[in-house]
Design a protein around this ligand. Sequence first.
Ligand SMILES: Nc1ncnc2c1ncn2[C@@H]1O[C@H](COP(=O)(O)OP(=O)(O)O)[C@@H](O)[C@H]1O
Ligand SMILES: [Mg+2]
Length: 324
Amino acid sequence: MKKVYSVINFKGGVCKTTLAVNIAAGLANYPQPNGIPLRILLVDIDPQANASVYMLGEDYWRENIQDKAKTSPNLYRVLVDKIKGKQIDYEFIIKPDDDGKNPVFGERKFKRTDGTYEIRRAKQNWSNLHLLSSVNSLFDLPKEYGYNTKLADNKHSLLADLLKTRYDEYDYIIIDCPTHFSPLTQNAISVSTNIIVPFVPDYLSTYGMNELFSRLSEYADQNGKGGLLKVDILIPTLYNEMSQDYHSFVKEVQDMIIKKRGPQRILSKAHIINSGFKRTVAVSKLIEDHRPVIDLPISHESRKTINLIVKAIIQPTKIKRKKI
Ligand SMILES: Nc1ncnc2c1ncn2[C@@H]1O[C@H](COP(=O)(O)OP(=O)(O)O)[C@@H](O)[C@H]1O
Ligand SMILES: [Mg+2]
């Protein structure tokens, strides 16, 4: 295992899920000098299960995972079994079956406007990209099992216990977090080495970053991770050419990082991917089609941004950091 990245912001709709999924796909697709692709696990801890639906398609996820939450491979089932002290003697990760059939970005059936169906296949086989799926029952976990106290600190991180059993099988683990600072998010932080923060460069998002950095920093220090956990990549998202204030809000976040870098060690390596992840029609169409940004032409700016982030993860020392 090289690193565990959590994608976090306490604001919704800032592209956490879109980036988590596409960074995972970008890493899985990144050419390696020895020709052996990196092994990637995407962990969806958001009860809304957007990353799982994006990667599996709604029909597959609903029929095979969500509707069979007690027997299917998913995070809720495995956490409940861990809480109850049961033996985990089943596969809880979604990966290609013995015949090589892979539900992750697999075959999809689309209804045409004339009522007939069309089968669409992924451009490549994503056999090295696996998924620990979420189901909606994750919403009820704290209520059902009161795990708030059990999971809230590093010593009792069930997610860490679970993922550690799989460290040998993966090069990178990417965790898509929900929008709030829930016990599960805290679990994700406790198992992470790095954090990626997407943010919309507008007034309220920028304002919220102060609180985000303070919470993350406080949590890291309280859990013995101070100086170890790094918020290393920040990405402005969902802006468009018309947003005049883009530069001033990005600058505001940059200034905030400089100011907090001393007292908050989590920010010591922080840098902003300046090209950002713009709002584009091409990306929103891809998400609807359950396809990764990697499927866009190599010259498309959204694909280039994903590639930049992936490079920053794989070769952090080679990335030129803009002076901030
Ligand atoms: N580059 C993009 N261009 C247009 N729409 C996008 C883009 N990236 C994400 N979206 C859309 O923006 C919305 C929020 O993205 P999402 O990744 O779900 O955010 P979060 O996980 O932070 O709540 C979703 O509806 C998604 O389809
Ligand atoms: Mg999300």
